[in-house]
Design a protein around this ligand. Structure first.
Ligand code: PNS
Length: 164
């Protein structure tokens, strides 16, 4: 289970999914339905972008990748999906405290599901969905940080013509 907001998916997320494919037979990408937090993209839009960018991976790996959304507790969703492992990406030490707290809380609620942390490539250690949205909104290209389809969707959201 690789859960997150994915608002939107970035190259950093994709890097973690690629790494996950070397370790797991099946990965469910769990998109948090957090409409009350006013995400930029709807769950349907986020799922569509994820499906588009993971599709080429299916040709290079034997891992099957499923994309689904969830509400409520992650561990309940993971249990329903029969996941035995939650994958989270770690970019920097600053991620660690929050991630450790979540992992321990999740373990407390569901001891049979293990959390595994994968380190993103250092190229992506500073990439986040929040910064990508801000940079695109303020008019700079986010091409190095997100797949082309995501950049196009961001530009459309912010009412801009695609940049060359
Ligand atoms: O991409 P994000 O926003 O860092 O992902 C956070 C996510 C979705 C993994 C986390 O917010 C989550 O698991 N939310 C579901 C609600 C839940 O289970 N809360 C208790 C966590 S200990």
């Amino acid at each position: 289970m690789y859960p997150g907001s994915f608002d939107p998916i970035t190259n950093g997320h994709l890097d973690i999914i690629r790494r996950g494919c070397t370790l797991f037979d099946h990965i469910t990408i769990g998109v948090l339905n957090n409409e009350q937090k006013s995400p930029l993209f709807t769950v349907a839009e986020r799922i569509e972008m994820i499906q588009a960018v993971v599709a080429p991976l299916a040709e290079t790996t034997r891992t099957t990748i499923e994309v689904d959304s969830f509400e409520g507790l992650l561990v309940d969703f993971a249990k329903r999906k029969r996941a035995n492992c939650i994958v989270r990406g770690l970019r920097a030490v600053s991620d660690y405290e929050y991630e450790l707290q979540m992992a321990q809380m999740n373990r407390h609620m569901q001891p049979d599901i293990e959390t595994v942390f994968l380190m993103s490539a250092d190229t992506y250690s500073f990439v986040s969905s929040r910064l990508v949205k801000e940079i695109c909104f303020l008019g700079r290209s986010v091409q190095p940080f997100v797949p082309p389809i995501v950049e196009a969707r961001l530009q459309a959201k912010f009412g801009r013509q695609p940049q060359s």
